[in-house]
Ligand binder design. Sequence first.
Ligand code: C2E
Ligand code: MG
Ligand code: MG
Length: 666
Amino acid sequence: MRKLLRRVSLLTRFGLISLALVALLGVVVGEVLRGALRDRTLGDAIRTAQVAANIGVRPVLRPSDLAHVFRPLPDARRAQLDAALLDSLSRNNIVRLKIWNSQHFVVWSDNKRLLQRWFPGDDELNASLTGLVSADVTNLQSPEELDDRSHQRLLSVYVPLGVDRDGHFTDGENGKIIGAFEIYLPYQPIAHAIDHDTRRLYLTLAIGLALLYLAVFRIVARASRDLRRQVETNRHQALYDMLTDLPNRVLFTDRLEQVATQAHRNGTIAAALLLDLDRFKEINDALGHESGDQLLCQLGARISKRLRAQDTVARLGGDEFGVVLPGLGHPQDAVAVAEDIAAALEEPFDVGHIEVDVRASIGVACTDEGEDAATLLRHADVAMYVAKRSHSGIELYSKEHDLFSAERLALASEVRRAIEQRELVLHYQPKIDLRTGRADSVEALVRWQHPARGLLGPSEFLPVVESTHLIKPLTIYVLDEALRQARAWAGEGERVAVSVNLAAACAGDLRLPVQVAELLARHDVEPELLEIELTETAVLDNPTRAKKVLEALAAIGVRLSVDDFGTGYASIAYLTGLPIRTLKIDQSFIFDLAASGNLAVTRYSIELARTLGLTTIAEGVEDETTLRILEELGCDEAQGFFFARALPADECIAWIRARNHTEVRR
Ligand code: C2E
Ligand code: MG
Ligand code: MG
């Protein structure tokens, strides 16, 4: 029963329990009232009997009549009593009358057979002989009632008969009790009256209680509904943002926690994105808070549209939004979503018929760098901060972000401007073909012509940029510039191949091959004239994607080489599965090539490359001895200060012309 009750709703439970209680109350009240009704009806009957006794019996009776024990009343006296009483009996609707003396003798009765006989009497008789008026519905079992059994039920009332000191009957039941008289009234009419009244009472009670119950139930039902709504509203307000109706920080953190645990369990990656509007305060100040609010609502809707059903976008407060992305295969997928969101924000917002341009900084953190919600949030926050400070737009959290000094961040933030203002310049370092002695290719190396700090080498800004999203635009910039240069040289009659370095973050960028193809086409450069250098770590960071990117690049016809070979941990077997054409032996082996360890590694690398059908180039060749050893080892190409440093384009081409001219003469 309890179980059943627990399953039904609170209201139904209240309905059932209160119904049972009201019914119980009805029964109890009904019974109490019925008892009272019965007592009152009996009381009426008793009063009738008393009245009958006072006005009918006492005046004709003499106390001496009751003194007759064993001796019958004298006939004359009995005839007197008969005459006085018998008539009034039928008038008062009295079925039987007995006058008892205190010794239980029937002194007079309308039933002659009882006259002057002794009976044990019942409790009521005994009670009345002590002075109490008592009444009972008799079951006609006493011996003196033998003749009355033809009647249905009868009400017998005993009224005591007392005398005062002077030997006169008292009015009431006071004085010395010398006997009692008993009258039998027909009970049927009384019972009828009781039943009738009881039925009416029950009906009234039932209708009254039913109305009361319905009224209370209605009130409670309404109150319960209001309460449920209120609870629902409170719950909603506790978990959702009032303005945008998106989940708030509480729900966001909760989802993030769930999703992070799930990711850990099924081996996927979950990500948290934190998005903060740039310059939102200015928009708010200029257009008013109402417009600011409108903008936030539209923004929430736009972000939602770019997400999958299982993703969550939340407003975390102010102009900060958060996105939870479950079930990803790779951190780059989260970055792709962030890029998608950023693209969605590029179109201006229409607030109060004014077009507003909005930019946001997005920090991305994935479970591969920290698994609990708090860590994810902290990482996303750090990444978002970096994105904001460096104006890169999107940042995927990496450990280096934590180490960022304000100065480095300031530098990174300038890179964006540097790209736009074309402050980045490329220097070119020739590569020498050791068989022909000619220089037909160069490596493009980026420098920053900083307006205040002069010419900066890549080591001064690349590490910071590489840890931000800006490395992608920088790479495209270098590719664009290098191909423009190659085209320009070709226009001057010099067919020079250029190689460009690819940062690790770009090796997994699936859009890169398309962009490269577009640039080649735009500058009208043959794909074979472009070489892309990437390090072992760049490949290993993200093997599956890098493989796809490299295969797509190779398919276009671009040459690929492994830079700084020997410093990473890529297994040769793995590298041979990639469309790589050249191994570029790291300068650290070449600088001091005569040292036995370096010589062994270099020889081994060259032989291995040959076996695999790859060519080799040694970088960092600073003297002739090194060059001779490399020639002996069968290295294909060399690059280094011994030949030339990285030079500005015009100096480089002049150097190449001079070099190739001499080589031809030799
Ligand atoms: P890297 O690709 O291994 O480039 C070779 C570096 O060694 C260049 O330094 C070059 O000037 C230097 N070098 C060449 N020959 C010699 C030599 O004989 N002796 C010595 N001591 N050094 C020599 P740089 O230009 O400072 O570039 C440093 C690194 O910066 C590059 O190493 C490359 O990893 C990175 N880098 C340069 N430009 C770009 C770029 O456009 N994109 C990317 N992602 N990275 C770049
Ligand atoms: Mg290189
Ligand atoms: Mg290198």
